[in-house]
Ligand binder design. Structure first.
Ligand SMILES: *Cc1c(COP(=O)(O)O)cnc(C)c1O
Length: 237
């Protein structure tokens, strides 16, 4: 049976070869270990293996895990990658370092106002809907520039870039298409004067496609921690 160390080595090797194929420096791509549904001990083990960034989908589950790992807080960077409702923004602003899944101004305004002043600004990405009707989450491309300008102006947040969760696709070319859309959207926002540097895209099944299209964070769950119990779907909370 593959151990966590073996799986992490495999994932890093996949990122390494994708970077070589893309002609990108390895340092341009960071691994976000998606620890949703995994116990706190799995995070502890991944930290011992050298990982520092962990992504969670469900706020309450994340808070429980953070409490169990409070002794390690200084070495952990917590990223929220799941849907966020307005009644949960305060704890998220207080406890997380990054939120990848901002898709409404109201949520961004609350996070900004509720970010404690002794902490650095919350790092955020805007989630773009790259799958049209098939997804409930994410801002539509047509509404992205206005949302990005408004979020970039909020003092408690630092807008870093864009995130997406495309529909699964089987082959590399179909996997690249939505990632290319996200990369193009980031490039357009930069042309419009926003200083953005982050593309959060790519999961276990499509990290190569994402790295080829310029991903800066690949969000990897099952390839790092093994299969998850099928508990909740990604859009539901
Ligand atoms: C679960 C999840 C991931 C990781 O998915 P894997 O296929 O297990 O790598 C990445 N991003 C988001 C938003 C997720 O919900």
């Amino acid at each position: 049976m593959a151990t966590l160390e073996h799986r992490l080595r495999d994932v890093h090797a996949r990122i390494d070869s994708a970077c070589i194929q893309a002609g990108r420096p390895r340092s341009a791509v960071q691994l976000l270990c998606v620890s949703k549904t995994q116990p706190a001990d799995a995070v502890r083990a991944a930290l011992a293996a050298g990982e520092h960034h962990f992504g969670e989908n469900y706020v309450q589950e994340a808070l429980d895990k953070m409490a169990a790992l409070a002794d390690l807080r200084a070495n952990l960077v917590w990223h929220l990658i799941g849907p966020l409702q307005s009644n949960k923004t305060r704890v998220v602003a207080e406890q997380f370092d990054w939120v990848h899944s901002v898709d409404r101004l109201k949520i961004a305004e609350r996070l900004s106002a509720q970010r404690p002043s002794h902490l650095p600004p919350l790092q955020v990405c805007l989630q773009l809907n790259v799958s049209g009707e098939a997804s409930k989450s994410g801002v539509a491309l047509a509404e992205l520039p206005e949302l990005a300008r408004a979020v970039a102006a909020l003092p408690g947040l630092r807008l870093r870039g864009l995130m997406s969760i495309p529909e699964p696709a089987a082959d590399l070319e179909s996997q690249r298409r939505p990632h290319h859309v996200l990369a193009q959207a980031l490039s357009d926002l930069r042309d419009g004067g926003l200083a953005l540097d982050t593309l959060s895209m790519g999961m276990s099944a499509d990290l190569e496609a994402a790295v080829l299209e310029g991903s800066s964070w690949v969000r990897i769950g099952s390839a790092v921690f093994g299969a998850r119990p099928a508990k909740q779907t990604m859009d539901a909370q």
